[in-house]
Design a protein around this ligand. Structure first.
Ligand SMILES: C[S@@+](CC[C@H](N)C(=O)[O-])C[C@H]1O[C@@H](n2cnc3c(N)ncnc32)[C@H](O)[C@@H]1O
Length: 292
């Protein structure tokens, strides 16, 4: 008998394997890089005015690829200023990769890194227990909010940590992406088991509106090449299907009818377009910049 379906997050090694397969087959990081190059400088141009030290908090940083890009833009905007960059990341493995990346990167001498191996909630609880209320000029949380238990409370907490004039950058999947289409149909068929919530920018802006917070929204165009998902037994395709469903070993544990319907759905024009013989899934993201 096939094993029961379970959340991808029940196996961390498999989660990161499929996340890296997703990164390798999508323009996820490229569209963020474009955003950091073109839009970020204007966003951060007032966070450090007159300060000798700029405090930055990164929540759910993974291996730090985007963090280092953000830091390079802050350095370029405020040459010579000291930067305290604190990282909240629960995965020891990702922190190790982050540290390796820092060790291999030049031009980081004005930056002091502090890594906290904990979740956003553990960080909040520890800060409260230690009665610490450090404030930050810039806080970012990129593709992470799916994994917290109480998204509105986490956003409210992070926002409360901003210095006057500070900014909170949230990057999540866009409400116009095909993830929205998939999740509307299939969220109840896959085993999230309280590990993650299928949300998009449409949900985040509703939360921000009801909290009365001011923000700007930037849309980032992105796609994922899912051609290999249609090749039976293809290892890469199976990892992408795990990531798309956030399910561990989806191909071997999902009921055959669910698997058939899901794969069929991926090909539909609401989800993907065919270009040069490739099936490209709409992976658009939103970058939301919240004011202090
Ligand atoms: C999809 S990855 C994004 C990594 C990185 N920000 C990027 O965009 O490349 C999500 C990250 O959030 C981390 N994470 C998961 N649950 C978290 C939580 N409750 N609090 C903080 N980080 C969390 C994971 O370990 C992982 O590194």
């Amino acid at each position: 008998m096939a094993s029961p379906m379970r959340s991808l997050l029940t196996n961390h090694a498999k989660y990161y394997e499929s996340f890296h397969c997703f990164l390798a087959n999508s323009t996820e990081h490229q569209c963020m890089e474009e955003f950091m190059e073109r839009q970020l400088p204007a966003i951060i141009d007032s966070i450090g005015n007159g300060k000798s030290t700029i405090n930055i908090l990164s929540v759910g940083s993974g291996a730090g690829e985007m963090d280092l890009l953000i830091l390079s833009k802050v350095q370029a905007t405020y040459p010579g200023v000291t930067i305290n960059n604190d990282v909240v990341e629960p995965s020891a493995h990702q922190i190790l990769k982050y540290k390796e990346r820092v060790a291999e990167t030049s031009n980081l001498k004005n930056i002091k890194f502090t890594w906290h191996e904990e979740t956003a909630y553990e960080y909040e609880s520890r800060m409260n227990a230690e009665k610490k209320s450090k404030k930050w000029a810039f806080i970012h949380t990129i593709q992470m909010l799916y994994y917290v238990k109480d998204i509105p409370a986490t956003i409210r907490y992070l926002h409360s940590l901003l210095e006057a004039g500070g900014k909170l950058l949230i990057i999540v999947l866009s409400g116009t992406s095909s993830w929205e289409v998939l999740w509307k149909k299939y969220a109840s068929s896959v085993p999230l088991q309280n590990f993650s919530t299928f949300i998009t920018s449409a949900d985040i802006t509703r939360i921000l509106d009801s909290a009365g917070l001011k923000y700007q929204l930037h849309e980032l165009q992105s796609y994922m090449d899912i051609t290999s998902c249609f090749v039976k037994g293809n290892k890469e395709g199976e990892l992408l299907l795990d990531f798309l469903t956030q399910t561990y070993d989806f191909c071997n544990t999902a009921p055959p009818e669910l698997k058939r319907q899901f794969i069929e759905e991926l090909r539909k024009p609401e989800c993907s377009e065919i270009r040069d013989g490739k099936v490209l899934f709409n992976n658009n993201l939103s970058a939301i910049v919240v004011e202090s």
